[in-house]
Design a protein. Structure first.
Length: 110
């Protein structure tokens, strides 16, 4: 089960890395960032194929999207100087609480 969550977090990392490269690719006109983001996205989905065999897809998707949204929002604030209101920050922490609850009370969580 630990290996499954390592793959899930690897998929989240790759999805976040790919998403962070979207503005850098400048609408896919920059070759290196475009190739890198394609590799990250493909790797994310490849890793997810292993995870969905062990965990319910609802749990996988809730975790993947929730942690992805949280991480991208924080990294967007840090690297792209995007603003976050206190309401947005509260919402992000509620997402994290939701991900923890979903994983804690699913029948297949550790």
């Amino acid at each position: 089960m630990v290996k499954t969550y390592i793959f899930l977090f690897g998929a989240i990392f790759c999805e976040v890395a790919g998403t962070m490269l979207l503005p850098v690719s400048q609408n896919f006109t920059k070759l290196i960032p475009t190739v890198a983001l394609a590799i990250f996205y493909l790797t994310a989905f490849y890793l997810l194929t292993f995870v969905v065999n062990k965990l319910p897809i609802a749990i996988v998707y809730a975790t993947w999207s929730g942690l992805g949204i949280f991480t991208i929002a924080i990294l967007g604030y840090i690297f792209f100087k995007q603003s976050l209101t206190w309401q947005a920050i509260l919402g992000l922490f509620l997402i994290i609480i939701g991900v923890i609850l979903v994983n804690s009370f699913s029948k297949t969580a550790f």
